[in-house]
Design a protein around this ligand. Structure first.
Ligand code: SF4
Ligand code: SF4
Length: 281
C-alpha cells in the first residue's frame, strides 16, 4: 500500500474509496477555488506543475530543499497515481456519472482540444465539480456542446478506455485537493505535463500503480511490441534469450504492455508482493 492508501484509504486502495469522490468534499471553499483556478487559469499552471519546471535551472543545493517541499505540496493538492484498466473498471462500477472533458496538458502542449480526461462523480447527474467548471470562464473548453463537457454512459467510457490501452495511453487518477478525486486521465508522455515532470524531470507528481508487470518467458516470442508501447522505458530485450525483460524498478504498473501482447505473456502482480519494489512509488 502506498502512502496515499494509508492517508486517504484507511489501508485500502485510496482511489477505490467512494467517499473520496463525494460531493460532500466540495463544500470546502478552498477546494472549490482550486478547481475553478485549475480550469480557468490552465495556461498558467495546472495544479502547480509549471512551477516545478522553474526549479530545473536552480543549483543542486537549492533544488535539494525546494523539490521535496514542492512535491510535498503537490501531494496535498494535485497528484496522480497510475491505474491499470481493472481498477478503472472498479471505479466505474461505483460512480454514478462520467463526464468527458478536454485535456489541459494537450491544450497547453499541442494547442488543440483533445478529450482524454474523464470526470467521475457519485452524483447521478454530473455532480458539483462540473457545476463549478461550468460556472467559470473556461475558454479552452470549447467543443461540440457549449459547456465543453460530455456525459457518457459508463459502458461508453470503458470502451474508450480499452481503445486508449490499445493506443498505448496510460490511465491515471487525480486529486483536486486531496483526498477529493475529480477524474481519470489517459496520458501520453509526449504531451502530459505530469508524466514529463515525473519521468523526465525527476519531480514526482504521478506515482506508480499498486502493481508491477512481470513477463512469463515461456509464451514470449520476443516480438518486442510491448517495448514499443511502454512509456516508462521499463522493458528491455535480451538478444541472447530472444525474450524481453521488465525492470521492476522502472515499471509504473500501468499494464499497457500487457494489452499489447498477443501471447498473453505479461501479468501484473501486486507491488506489495515484489520485495524489490514494494515500497517504490
Ligand atoms: S509483446 Fe508479448 S510476446 Fe511480444 S515481446 Fe512482449 S511479452 Fe513477448
Ligand atoms: S513495463 Fe508495462 S506495466 Fe510497466 S510501465 Fe511499462 S508498460 Fe507499464
Amino acid at each position: 500500500m502506498c502512502e496515499f492508501c494509508h492517508k486517504h484509504g484507511e489501508g485500502q486502495k485510496w482511489y477505490l474509496k467512494a467517499e473520496n469522490y463525494s460531493d460532500d468534499l466540495l463544500s470546502d471553499l478552498r477546494r472549490r477555488k482550486f478547481i475553478a483556478d485549475f480550469f480557468s487559469l490552465a495556461e498558467e499552471s495546472p495544479g502547480g506543475l509549471a512551477k516545478l519546471g522553474k526549479l530545473l535551472p536552480m543549483p543542486g543545493f537549492v533544488k535539494s530543499v525546494l523539490v521535496p517541499y514542492r512535491v510535498g505540496r503537490q501531494k496535498k493538492v494535485h497528484f496522480g497515481q497510475v491505474l491499470p484498466i481493472e481498477d478503472v473498471e472498479q471505479i466505474f462500477g461505483f460512480v454514478s456519472s462520467v463526464v468527458r472533458l478536454p485535456c489541459i496538458c494537450r491544450h497547453i502542449n499541442l494547442g488543440t482540444e483533445q478529450r482524454f480526461c474523464y470526470g467521475v462523480s457519485l452524483a447521478p447527474q454530473e455532480g458539483e465539480m462540473f457545476k463549478i467548471i461550468k460556472e467559470i470562464d473556461m475558454d479552452y473548453l470549447t467543443g461540440p456542446d457549449t459547456s465543453g463537457l460530455e456525459d457518457l454512459t459508463k459502458e461508453e467510457a470503458l470502451e474508450n478506455f480499452r481503445q486508449y490501452e490499445k493506443e498505448g495511453l496510460c490511465h491515471s487518477v487525480w486529486t483536486f485537493v486531496a483526498p477529493f478525486i475529480g477524474g481519470i486521465c489517459n496520458c501520453d508522455r509526449s504531451d502530459c505535463g505530469a508524466m514529463q515532470a515525473t519521468v523526465t524531470r525527476g519531480f514526482p507528481v504521478m506515482f506508480r500503480a499498486e502493481y508491477v508487470a512481470e513477463v512469463d518467458p515461456e509464451p514470449c516470442n520476443g516480438c518486442r511490441q510491448c517495448m514499443r508501447v511502454c512509456q516508462f522505458g521499463a522493458i528491455g530485450y535480451s538478444a541472447a534469450n530472444k525474450r524481453i525483460f521488465i525492470d521492476p524498478l522502472r515499471c509504473y504498473g500501468c499494464g499497457i504492455c500487457r494489452a499489447s501482447c498477443t501471447k498473453d505473456a505479461i501479468q501484473l502482480r501486486d507491488r506489495a508482493d515484489v520485495p524489490a519494489v514494494a515500497n517504490l512509488w
